[in-house]
Every structure is written in C-alpha cells, then in structure tokens.
Design a protein around this ligand. Structure first.
Ligand code: GN1
Ligand code: MG
Length: 387
C-alpha cells in the first residue's frame, strides 16, 4: 500500500501530530501492518484487517474491546503496571475501526493500536539463542497469565468470528475437498504425506470432539505464535499478548498446543532443511513450566491429560491448513513466493513426525509438573484419584 493512502487513512483517526515515517511489518500471515512514527515521537501500528479471513471485522473489534477492557480492569485491581494490553485508537467519529471504500467499490477495514515501547517479538527461539530457555519459560508464563486473566470472562459474550477455527476434523474435510476439486493440479504432489495424515485424523480429532463435553469451553487466544507476545527488551519478561483477532470461545489446549508448536520448533515455519526441523524438548519443558506455574490450579484433569496431544494436534491442523491452501491456489495465507505454502506444509509435516516421537516424554513431564505445582488441593486430589 502506498504512503499517500496510509496517510489519507491515518487522517481518519484521532492523531494530534503529523506522520514522520511509515514502515511495513511483515511478520503476520493474515493482516497487513504498518508502523507509523509521528513528528512528536509517538508510535502507532495501523492494520488493514484481512476481510477475506475475518468476514465481520466489526465483531472482531467488539470482541477485542470487551476482552481488553476486562484485562485492563484486572491489571488495575492487581496494581500490575508491568503487563499491558492493546489500546485501540478511535477514529474521528469515535469508532474503533475505519471503513474505506476503495476504487473498486470494495470495503477495506483499518484500525490503529498504540505501539507498546521497549518490547521485542520473536518469530521463534532461533532469533534469541542467548536466552532461549528463559524466554521459553516466559512465553509459557505469558499465555498462562493471559488465560488466568480471562478465566472469569463469560465465553457467551464473545462472538465466534471464525467459526470452527480449530475444528480439526473440519480442517481435514477441507483438505479432502481441495483434493477433490484440485483446481491447481497440485493435489497429488504429496500423496504419501496425505496417506499419513489420513491415518492420524482419528487421534487428532479427540480434542475437538471432547470440547464442551469433558474439555471445558474457555476464552482462548487461538493464535498463540511466539511473535504474538511482546517481550521486554531488558528483562525478557512477557509484557503483552497481542494479535487478539481470534480471541473466541475455545480450549486452553488450542493455545498450549499452538504455542509450543510455534515457539519450541527448532526452525522457522518455512525452513526446509530436515535436520533443522524438530521440536526442542528442553524448550518445550521450559515453556510448559512457565504455563503450568500460572495455570495448573485452574485446569481440569482432561485438559492436563491432553497437553501432549494438543501439540501434535495443532501441528497436524496447521499442516492440513497449509497443504489445503497450497492445493486451493494460495487464497488464505499471504505468501512470499510461489511454493511458500507447500514449503510451510512440508515443514509442519516434518515437525509433526518428530513430535510424535516425543509425546511420551512430554506427557511424563506434564504429569510430574502438575503434581508439583498444583496448589488447589481439590484439583490435585482429583487428578491423583483418577490417574
Ligand atoms: C496466521 O496472522 P498470523 O501470522 O499471526 C493464522 C494462524 C496460523 C499462523 C501460521 C487468523 O497467524 O492460525 O497458525 O498464521 N491466523 C489466522 O503461521 O488464520
Ligand atoms: Mg493472527
């Protein structure tokens, strides 16, 4: 998007100063993000919401308003000035989003957040080799704290802005449909892997099929990539959870599984060197320790029991999604080169095979940790009795 258009749209928001510089941020696979620096030194992030993915952007913003207000109230009550949440800048009309009608008569949706200073976000631990373990622990702790802050928020107040987002059996059906349609003639490039994916669907449907039954419905983030945490540059602590577009009713397991898949993989999501693609077990343990220190007392037995499986399931699901998008002709995820989705699929598939080999050790670690940190006697006793 050109700078003239960005400035024209920024003019719709309640800014007091003039834009000094504009820089595009390429981290996300869905929305487009621009860092705006103003002449008075203040910084903001302007985002164009991907309306192909988020069909009802106003409802996304409504969810975000509700949960950020809740988080602010909670932090205030706790006298917590360290943690932060997103702050939406209003438009001149006092709305939380601006709708722009482009030359083709289509609606484009823009919003602005205050920039949170002194923080950094990492795509994965490869970017912070020096203190990986500390950051893994802090990343788990940050999402755990996020869950804890929202534990009393009524799930019924949130709209499911992308229905079935983590419905793994549905994602599997989408893959089958893409193969059937085969619009790009790419469907049979990965037949062996597809056969293997078919063999895993039963196990990877357990969490979804238990949701609302043995697994409680919670308020969840649903996109817990490592780069969705802002980390304090000096202390390495997690300061804020960002990218709140997919906060919806879900399972904590979606967030734990996706968080570890993203953060504790040894490689970026499009790395193709097989030797580099594996789950780092040590980092996984640090991540889990951080998460469970915050959340163990609040988890149901079934949630604890499926933590290992959630890492496998969420990796499986993303492998399905990348492959489906590749076969469909790259209509969902932003790509940087023609085979990008294919490479992302191969990466997640390779990671999935590695995770499978490590599940027993992860489960044993989780069980040991929950015994140690579960301070809620009732929950602890129930876990012991049932296991
Ligand atoms: C997308 O926008 P971003 O990059 O944070 C996607 C996630 C995927 C992720 C994979 C709304 O997240 O579900 O796990 O890419 N978000 C949406 O990199 O589909
Ligand atoms: Mg996102």
């Amino acid at each position: 998007m050109d700078n003239i258009k960005i400035k024209r749209i920024a003019g719709e928001f309640q800014f007091k100063s003039k834009i000094a510089s504009i820089e595009e941020n390429n981290q996300g696979n869905i929305n487009s993000t621009y860092l705006l620096v103003f002449e008075d030194g203040k910084k903001y992030l302007m985002q164009k919401i991907n309306a192909n993915v988020f069909k009802e952007p106003y409802l996304v913003m409504r969810n975000i308003d509700l949960i950020t207000e809740h988080i602010k109230r909670k932090l205030e009550a706790m006298n917590d000035t360290k943690h932060k949440t997103l702050n939406v800048i209003k438009t001149q009309n006092n709305e939380n989003m601006f709708t722009f009608i482009n030359g083709d008569g289509e609606k484009e949706y823009y919003r602005v957040y205050e920039y949170i200073e002194n923080c950094i976000s990492y795509d994965n631990f490869d970017c912070c080799r020096a203190n990986q373990e500390e950051i893994a622990y802090n990343a788990g702790k940050t999402f755990g704290f996020f869950h804890k802050l929202l534990i009393d928020f009524p799930t019924s107040m949130l709209v499911e802005t992308i229905p079935n987002f983590h419905n793994t059996p549905n994602r599997f059906n989408d893959l089958l449909l893409s193969i059937e349609n085969n619009v790009t003639n790419r469907a049979f490039q990965h037949s062996d892997e597809i056969v293997s994916l078919i063999s895993k669907i039963k196990e990877c449907s357990i969490i979804w099929n238990s949701l609302g039954k043995t697994i409680p419905i919670r308020v969840t983030h649903n996109d817990t990539k490592l780069n969705n945490i802002l980390i304090d540059k000096n202390t390495n602590e997690g300061i804020a959870v960002i990218d709140l577009d997919t906060v919806m009713p879900g399972s904590f397991l979606f967030d734990i599984g996706d968080g570890i898949r993203s953060a504790c993989s040894n490689s970026f999501e499009d790395e193709l060197d097989h030797d580099k693609i594996f789950l780092n077990l040590e980092l996984t343990k640090h991540y889990l320790k951080g998460y469970l220190e915050e959340m163990a007392p609040y988890l149901e037995k079934e949630e604890i029991a499926y933590i290992g499986l959630s890492i496998k399931t969420l990796t499986y699901e993303l492998a399905l999604r990348f492959l489906t998008d590749y076969i469909n002709g790259d209509t969902y995820f932003k790509i940087k080169y023609p085979n990008h989705n294919c490479d992302r699929f191969v990466n997640q598939y390779t990671l999935l095979i590695d995770i499978d080999k490590k599940l027993a050790e992860i489960d044993a670690y989780v069980n040991a940790l929950c015994g140690l940190h579960n301070t809620d006697i009732m929950t602890l006793n129930r876990i012991k009795k049932d296991s």
